[in-house]
Design a protein around this ligand. Structure first.
Ligand SMILES: [Zn+2]
Length: 223
């Protein structure tokens, strides 16, 4: 585990920062792909975990969650809008997508009954609150600690190019994997307003530049 801030650590699950999980206090955030479940548990070592919270329901975040839940005996928390997808194991697919039912299954996660559905303002871990940041998935949430301006943004932004694996700065998440791109863009703008000191991505290295999200959003086309 790599220390990021007080009581905040990163677990890099793939080379080049391509997939990350985080620990805030005794809460594990995300768990990578199915193959990463054991790696996450190993990386935690003897660090005590009391709950496993998710940013959203995609299988590169929830794939390892079933193993984590069973190995550590901890409850699983997820944004209320993503809870039905975790329950069914089917990925959220935008209405009208071609081959949507195939995609629902192939991009789905191991089925897990959520123990808690998170909503705006819920307190999680050491001083973090839940921000509802929908768009990339219907119930995507971010975790924000105002005291030292640490933001775990999940996939609202990508911190790298996930196709080439280049560390080429901020990007919007892959459109093909985003439920509602205009809605996600509104969530991007909301997070940029926070001017976070540290941004922690599902994909990409930590970003320590409070002006970066603003500058990136200023370059986006208007909705
Ligand atoms: Zn995602």
């Amino acid at each position: 585990m790599e220390r990021i801030a007080d009581d905040v650590w990163r677990i890099a699950l793939m080379p080049r920062d391509a997939v990350n999980a985080y620990v805030i206090g005794d809460v594990l955030i995300d768990a990578g792909y199915l193959m990463h479940g054991k790696k996450v548990v190993r990386a935690l070592g003897d660090h005590a975990i009391g709950a496993h919270a998710l940013t959203h329901v995609h299988n590169d975040h929830t794939g390892g969650s079933k193993h984590v839940k069973e190995a550590l005996g901890v409850p699983v928390w997820i944004g209320a809008g993503d809870a039905p997808y975790l329950r069914s194991g089917r990925a959220p697919v935008p209405p009208g997508t071609r081959f949507g039912s195939v995609l629902e299954r192939t991009a789905g996660s191991p089925r897990i009954e959520p123990d808690r559905e998170l909503r705006e303002g819920d307190e999680v871990g050491p001083g973090f609150v839940v921000l509802e940041t929908p768009g990339h998935s219907p119930g995507h949430v971010s975790y924000w600690r105002e005291a030292d301006r640490v933001l775990i943004c999940g996939d609202v932004f990508f911190g790298m190019n996930v196709v080439t694996l280049a560390h080429s700065g901020l990007r919007e998440p892959l459109k093909i994997a985003t439920y509602d791109p205009p809605l996600n863009r509104r969530s991007e703008r909301r997070l940029a307003e926070l001017e976070p000191a540290v941004v922690l991505f599902g994909h990409g290295p930590p970003l320590r530049d409070p002006a970066a999200l603003h500058a990136f959003c200023a370059g986006l086309p208007a909705d």
